[in-house]
Design a protein around this ligand. Structure first.
Ligand code: DON
Length: 304
């Protein structure tokens, strides 16, 4: 497949489209990013690489890291995990508090902020040194030892993380947070602060295109069944109240972050990352979604 040619063709088409999106501003440090950045990287399961434009520039992966923390927590906790978090789409914004009260502190799924905070709590319980052990896991599955947190971004989010503080306190009141709130929040903000290039991110997620085995270390990251289920959760919940729209237009399991990144998986074939910092009203990269819509149609690589 001539992926690079297709990237250029679609990018050209998108040049004529007005992007009304806005860079995330509720985390002050994210506002320093150049809004016109645009990067694409596709990695096939045979480790063939196809790149475009700003694909080698680091950006804040934000919520995309929720899939990685979920993968590690699922591996460590097994099916007991689902006693503390659901697998249903929420249909609400990523940082919403509304359902949490009536659902007695059990988040609808692990990819909304409330769910990712519960997953962080589970990892804090399991890991001896959570930050060190988690980044080791990420480096291991990607085969890239230089991947790291960005303390500047973590601190910036900590200074304005009022909604996450509200979510975690509400869940603590229902008994669904076991550890010290500050410790869990610190871990959560750090994992959202991880920086990667499009290339690094597509390599990191390749294990979900290979039914759980890391193509780099050949180690099994997750069982085949767990890997399939993580993709199912991304399909249903990866874009919050835009998950249906993403399925409708793109037709791949995927995850977005407010740093403007999107990763999508075509099982048994590739993982692709698009980065464009301007977000639509749902907090997902507007050009990123548009690009992927045209890409999966042109290449006929949607799961539907
Ligand atoms: O907790 C937050 O609000 C951010 N660290 C992550 C949110 C996010 O990336 C939502 N994604 N589209």
């Amino acid at each position: 497949m001539k992926y690079k040619k297709i990237f250029s063709k679609i990018a050209k088409e998108l040049e004529n489209t007005v992007d009304n999106g806005k860079v995330a501003d509720y985390i002050p440090e994210l506002l320093t990013v150049n809004p016109s950045k645009f990067g694409i990287h596709l990695t096939t399961i045979n480790d063939k690489h196809f790149d475009f434009q700003d694909d080698d520039e680091k950006f804040s992966i934000q919520s995309i890291s929720k899939v990685l923390s979920l993968s590690l927590a699922y591996k460590l906790e097994g099916e007991k995990l689902w006693e503390r978090v659901g697998v249903e789409p929420s249909g609400t914004p990523f940082n919403s508090l509304i359902q949490l009260e009536s659902d007695m502190g059990i988040p609808r799924n692990p990819l909304i902020n409330a769910g990712a905070l519960v997953i962080s709590d589970i990892l804090v319980s399991h890991l001896k040194n959570p930050k060190k052990d988690f980044i080791k896991f990420v480096r291991n599955i990607s085969g890239i030892s230089s991947i790291d947190y960005c303390p500047r971004i973590a601190e910036s989010e900590k200074s304005t993380g009022f909604r996450n503080t509200a979510l975690i306190n509400l869940m603590k009141s229902f008994g669904n947070i076991k550890n010290d709130i500050d410790e869990v929040m610190d871990f959560y903000f750090n994992l959202c602060s991880i920086e990667m290039t499009c290339k690094e991110l597509s390599q990191t997620f390749l294990f979900l295109a290979t039914y759980g085995r890391s193509p780099y270390t050949k180690e099994r990251v997750l069982s085949k069944s767990k890997s399939k289920r993580i993709n199912a959760i991304m399909q249903l919940c990866g874009f919050y109240d835009e998950a249906g729209e993403f399925s409708f237009k793109v037709g791949l399991p995927g995850k977005s972050g407010v740093g403007g990144g999107i990763v999508a998986i075509y099982p048994n074939k590739y993982s692709i990352v698009v980065w464009s910092p301007k977000l639509n009203k749902k907090g997902n990269s507007s050009k990123g979604i548009k690009f992927l819509e045209l890409f999966t149609t042109e290449t006929q690589t949607s799961i539907f």
